[in-house]
Design a protein around this ligand. Structure first.
Ligand code: PEP
Length: 259
């Protein structure tokens, strides 16, 4: 089965709204219809930039969809500082990252919190990109598969099988994020296949066939093509290289085989 590639740019806590407008306009000037034909592209600016980026993307018909980096598990209420998934959906946010390793590591997000966020994202009609991945210590201890199965089982168990089948899961080895040291395509394939297998065990064969499994961690235009050529790698989640229009456009073209 051929799954539509998903190329996602996570801007993290970078770029104010003016810089964000500039970046997405620049991206729009660089991307042709052919560059994005047959794949999905998302950008995930900081919350304070979303409205500005949404306006520019819609006015200029830039061929990217809007993403958020996180959201609250609740729709509304006394949760000072949180960002409601209802409000994200109103801004035409289509994809929301949940469980990024920075949120798990720096902000104490557990699998249970991530599961609640996944339910909130889906409840509001958006598509989750759920991040999973092992640390360097877990990898060295030979515990990568076990870690992935635990994270994926919790995530997939939070949703109905058909919802699992239409979400994305990003395999992001923590040791590869922001280090310049990406997993090899073979290692990424092995881990993404474990992710898919774990989805199948929890949500069934149909969900395993359609769920999109991305690779993330030091992706550049130089390693994208060989990563997405792997049978179980259905796209890439890009951090640093998505902050520069030339680099992100090159990744998109490379994924699409036109670079
Ligand atoms: C990320 O933060 O999700 C990521 C993959 O970052 P980078 O591409 O910079 O390694």
């Amino acid at each position: 089965m051929s799954r539509r590639l998903l190329i996602s740019g996570n801007w993290k806590m970078n770029l104010d709204h003016l810089q964000a407008i500039h970046l997405v306009q620049d991206l729009g000037l660089r991307l042709t219809a052919a560059d994005v034909a047959g794949l999905d592209v998302t950008v995930h600016p900081p919350f304070t930039d979303l409205r500005s980026v949404q306006s520019v993307v819609e006015e200029r018909r830039i061929p990217v969809e809007l993403g958020a980096q996180d959201c609250a598990p609740d729709d509304a209420g006394a949760f000072t500082g949180e960002v409601s998934p209802v409000m994200l959906a109103r801004l035409h946010v289509a994809y929301v990252i949940a469980g990024h390793s920075e949120r798990r590591r720096l902000f104490g997000e557990t699998d249970e919190v991530v599961a609640a966020k996944l339910r909130a994202i889906v409840r509001n009609g958006m598509t989750p990109i759920c991040c999973v991945g092992e640390t360097a210590d877990e990898r060295d201890a030979g515990a990568t598969r076990e870690r992935l199965v635990a994270q994926v089982s919790s995530a997939a168990g939070a949703l109905a099988p058909e919802q699992v089948g239409s979400m994305a899961i990003a395999y992001e080895p923590v040791w590869a994020i922001g280090t310049g040291s990406a997993a090899t395509p073979e290692d990424a394939q092995e881990a993404c296949a474990w992710v898919r297998e774990a989805v199948g065990d929890v949500a069934g064969a149909d969900a395993a066939t359609t769920v999109r499994v991305l690779y993330g961690g030091s992706v550049t235009a130089d390693n994208t093509a060989e990563l997405v050529a792997m049978p179980d790698v259905d796209g890439v989640l890009v951090g640093g290289a998505s902050l520069e229009a030339t680099a992100f456009a090159a990744i998109i073209r490379s994924a699409n085989g036109v670079g």
